[in-house]
Design a protein around this ligand. Structure first.
Ligand SMILES: Nc1nc2c(ncn2[C@@H]2O[C@H](COP(=O)(O)OP(=O)(O)O)[C@@H](O)[C@H]2O)c(=O)[nH]1
Ligand SMILES: [Mg+2]
Length: 324
């Protein structure tokens, strides 16, 4: 299958070729990876880019005594979501409230210098959240844009005790500097290379005036982007937020079983909306896509162990039996 790369890819490749230091090269490769469409025809290329990034990361780590390599965050769990916002929005507080991690939360501007991952539980899966430094020029380092581009989605956090429209405008402009666009929000298609799913989170709902500020935010952005108001410190709205994060990722959970046995509902296969039986087989083992002969499916109230073909589209909660 041909790769069909968009013209922006070749532009990014040019930047990569012009890069001198390993870190600049990594940023270039990350950009190429972010632009590259994800399908079978690009599997090989994407794997190659990842391995070049891994090698350069090792090299960069040697040069800088190991510090920088820790900025590349290994994906874990069913999805990866980065939290962005200006200083003091409550990003670290949210991570502290919604995961088992305990990042430093403080009343001054630059407590989070590195990006740090933490796992959020949702029903029977875990989703990785990444706490990031504030989106102000002096805190944005070379490794932040690739982390945001690689994430499946962004949580854009706004402090509802301060002018929310000013914050959003600043956040959008900083993201555009990194060539990241969020949701349907209008931005110059020439500038934005990487468009991310996002939820705007208005935080500090417990503070005076927060509700009015949230209404302002909604009037301005509500038509373009999903949003909700929470209090990370008082745990208001956080259960709904977990579900909204899960929904945003468009994840499918499918359970495998052996003939005559029961599935393990604690251990789903994670797929994406629209994925098929062949995709499920491949995620069990890379050879299974080719070897799959037929499958049976239970679930969604409609099927009852019926035999289906490899192109059968799966639904959340389906139970499957793979036959090779
Ligand atoms: N009243 C209130 N304060 C909050 C809330 N969330 C965070 N804060 C406070 O806001 C300040 C900044 O929080 P932090 O999580 O460090 O912000 P970050 O810079 O975005 O990571 C801290 O003093 C927090 O206690 C909230 O929901 N309500
Ligand atoms: Mg912080």
């Amino acid at each position: 299958m041909p790769a069909n790369l968009p013209p922006q890819y070749f532009e990014a490749e040019k930047n990569f070729r012009a890069a001198k230091s390993p870190t600049e090269k990594i940023a270039g490769l990350e950009e190429m990876l972010a632009i590259m469409p994800k399908h079978k025809g690009t599997d090989h290329l994407r794997a190659e880019l990842r391995s070049r990034i891994a090698k350069l990361t090792q090299l960069a780590a040697k040069k800088s005594g190991g510090q920088r390599a820790s900025m590349i965050i290994e994906r874990e769990g069913a999805g990866q979501v980065a939290i962005v916002g200006l200083p003091n929005a409550g990003k670290s507080q949210l991570v502290a409230s919604i995961t088992n991690a305990s990042p430093a939360v403080a009343d001054y501007a630059f407590t989070t210098y590195a990006a740090s991952p933490a796992m959020m539980e949702f029903e029977n899966i875990k989703i990785q959240l990444i706490d990031t430094p504030p989106l102000v020029p002096q805190a944005i380092e070379w490794w932040l844009p690739p982390i945001l581009k690689r994430a499946d989605a962004l949580l854009v956090m706004v402090d509802l005790s301060e002018a929310p429209l000013v914050q959003m405008a600043e956040i959008i402009s900083q993201l555009e500097n990194m060539r990241i666009g969020i949701g349907e929000a209008k931005s110059d298609p020439e500038v934005v290379l990487s468009r991310k799913k996002a939820i705007i989170i208005g935080n500090k709902l417990d503070k005076d005036g927060a509700r009015q500020n949230y209404d302002q935010l909604q009037a301005r952005y509500g038509a373009h982007l999903p949003m909700m108001a929470v209090s990370a410190a008082k745990n208001t709205g956080l259960e709904e937020l977990r579900r909204r994060i899960y929904d945003m990722l468009a994840i499918l959970r499918v359970y495998t079983k052996a003939p005559g046995e029961k599935p393990d509902f604690a251990d789903p296969i994670i797929l994406g909306t629209g994925d098929t039986m062949a995709d499920a087989a491949e995620s069990v083992h890379k050879d299974f896509r080719a070897r799959l002969k037929y499958a049976r499916v239970w679930g969604s109230g409609k099927h009852d162990g019926i035999m289906v073909k490899r192109d059968h589209v799966l639904e959340d909660g389906d139970v499957i039996e793979l036959h090779m």
